[in-house]
Design a protein around this ligand. Structure first.
Ligand code: AMP
Length: 110
């Protein structure tokens, strides 16, 4: 079972920011910005590349709700999904990085 599936089923602890029946948002263990959340579907989907469009729509609404909860809608934020080897994806369970809390617009190597 992958590490994010273990987070979903409670085997590995996490700092939950928002949760519903289908999605979970939690703090990245190694934050690269002041606010660094990860948003995942609870079902195992290996990457953005194989995500059904319907899930993308639902995740979009969930991320917008998370942005409200984190009070970053006005200041802004960045949404990133790394895909495969060249995309730098380490965890093979679809996730979106939500970066915020400071200027996060510049592309960086990490
Ligand atoms: P990626 O390189 O896009 O696959 O990103 C994987 C992210 O998962 C990294 O930013 C890690 O810091 C994060 N991560 C790995 N294990 C955990 C964990 N147990 N709890 C929270 N975040 C994690």
């Amino acid at each position: 079972m992958c590490i994010f599936c273990k987070i979903v089923n409670g085997e590995i602890p996490n700092k939950t920011l928002l949760e519903d029946d289908d999605f979970l948002a939690f703090e990245d263990i190694n934050p690269s910005r002041k606010i660094h959340a990860l948003v995942i579907p609870k079902q195992h989907i290996s990457s953005f590349d194989v995500m059904p469009p319907k899930v993308m729509g639902e995740m979009t609404a969930f991320i917008q709700k998370l942005a409200s909860k984190l009070e970053i809608k006005d200041s802004g934020y960045r949404v990133i999904s790394n895909i495969g080897e060249h995309g730098g994806q380490e965890v093979k369970h679809l996730h979106f990085h939500i970066l915020a809390g400071e200027y996060v617009g510049k592309l960086v190597s990490n």
